[in-house]
Design a binder for this molecule. Structure first.
Ligand code: PFF
Ligand code: NA
Length: 453
């Protein structure tokens, strides 16, 4: 009983893919990674990664999904039953990501409530680790589950379950049509607030001024490629699955560019706002810009509360809207991950959508539990590192080999080019067959070397 869901409209599809792409990754991960890797210097590798890997892979996934009409598992099985295992790989990776991504969204949900009274007080750092996470230092204290995080995680799993359970048009598309306009509106408020603060220019300069010496630093390049995969949701099976619900004559190339550009524009605009706020904090508190933020997770849950404390007016409202934006961006991404796990179960075992989403929600919730313990952050760091640095990169290489060489890139291009508004040239075949896998292989090697050192 394959479920015959379809998108109600092209707009609905675009809103859902942009919803998947725009997430926590754009609001705090992008800003933080850019900040750590030389601010403006990061934008060049980021754009190179977008053009040489991000967009070509998105075209591949939209093309392959539209053509094969199924989850990654079914798509690779149709390629050859020998290759079905490739299709399971992203399903496992995305499921793992989902279990902790939801937990980060759950902190954001809690912070909406904290924002009402600025409950984090004058020391947001110890509040985040202590009161919020009840963090302990290592595995040994796994014992205590954090009740408020747990409640928030349950709420988020319930929302995700409800949306995916209702299917593509009635669930995901409908939710995206509400979430995305709201998110765009919140983004504007955050950015306008950011750039109009005194001292904002210092921060924005740091963001936009290229530091070309950093271009020789391999770490910056690794970070840029990693960020592109994460931010575009490619190599997670999500985009293949979403595209499989489109009519066969859909415009693959245009859809890819719209999704990628909307996602990156969002990151860029929010980045300007976030750096404006950081610049204000530096000016206001006299702390050098380099020291305003220290940790990835800190940007949203430590630096922002600090910034909210310092704002000249509307602190409470701004705080609520900021964390609301994180929650909405987070849910519109997590539902795409749930779908990418639900659909293969339907394709492979003929489970109904209801049954598959119930199983995924229950197992996913159980998986999330580990991140709600006192050692949650410790596990999150390690698992995220291996999942992203090795898992996803390997999937990227496998996809390029399977489609570039076995299915043949030129054949896929012949399928989607005729129905696309503008055509991609043979540069695309070259990218998928040689360029992208070569770059990814280098990334993998560099990560290994970094591991050994
Ligand atoms: N693209 C999302 C973000 O930037 O937050 C994260 C994401 C969503 C990753 C969906 C993977 C995925 F399958
Ligand atoms: Na993103």
């Amino acid at each position: 009983m394959s479920d015959n869901n379809q998108w109600g409209s092209r707009l609905g599809f675009i809103l859902a893919t942009v919803g998947s792409a725009v997430g926590l990754g754009n609001i705090w991960r992008f800003s933080y990674v850019a900040y750590e890797n030389g601010g403006g210097a990061f934008l060049i590798p980021y754009l190179v990664a977008l053009l040489t890997t991000g967009i070509p892979l998105l075209i591949l996934e939209f093309g392959f999904g539209t053509k094969m009409r199924g989850s990654t598992v079914l798509a690779y099985k149709k390629l050859s039953s020998k290759w079905e295992w490739i299709g399971w790989w992203p399903v496992i990776s995305v499921f793992i990501l989902l279990t902790y991504y939801i937990v980060i969204v759950s902190w954001s949900l809690k912070y909406i409530f904290y924002a009402f009274s600025q409950a984090w007080g004058t020391n947001p750092e110890s509040f985040f680790y202590g009161t919020n996470l009840k963090l302990t230092s290592g595995v040994e204290t796994l014992g205590g589950i954090n009740i408020t995080v747990l409640i928030s995680v349950i709420a988020l799993w319930a929302i995700n379950y409800f949306i995916v359970y209702n299917g593509i048009e009635k669930g995901i598309e409908k939710a995206s049509k509400v979430f995305m306009p709201l998110l765009a509106f919140l983004m504007l408020i955050i950015t306008v607030r950011g750039i109009t603060l005194p001292g904002a220019v210092t921060g924005i300069n740091k963001f936009l001024n290229p530091d070309f010496s950093q271009l020789l630093n391999s770490k910056v390049w690794l970070a840029a490629y990693g960020q592109i995969f994460f931010t575009l949701s490619v190599c997670f099976g999500v985009m293949i699955t979403y595209a499989s619900y489109l009519p066969k004559d859909s415009d693959v190339v245009n859809n890819s560019f719209i999704t990628a550009l909307a996602n990156c524009a969002f990151s860029f605009i929010v980045g300007i706002g976030v750096f404006g706020i950081l610049g204000y904090m530096a000016t206001h508190s006299g702390v050098p810009l380099e020291e305003v933020v220290t940790q990835s997770i800190g940007l949203a849950f430590i630096a922002f509360p600090k910034a909210i404390n310092m704002l000249p007016a509307f602190n409470t409202l701004f705080g609520i809207l900021f964390f609301l934006a994180l929650v909405i961006a987070g849910i519109s991404s997590s539902i795409s991950m749930v779908e990418a796990v639900v659909k293969p179960l339907n394709d492979k075992f003929c489970w109904s959508r209801k049954k598959a989403s119930t199983v995924v929600a229950v197992l996913g919730f159980l998986g999330s539990l580990i991140f709600t313990t006192g050692a949650g952050l410790y596990f999150l760091d390690i698992i995220d590192y291996f999942n992203m640095q090795f898992g996803i990169v390997t999937i990227g290489i496998l996809q390029c080999i399977a489609i570039g060489w076995i299915y043949k890139a030129s054949k896929l291009r012949k399928f989607f080019n005729p129905v696309s508004n503008f055509q991609v040239g043979s540069w695309w075949d070259f990218t998928i067959k040689y360029l992208t896998p070569a770059v990814l292989a280098i990334m993998l090697v560099l990560s290994f070397i970094g591991e050994i050192k």
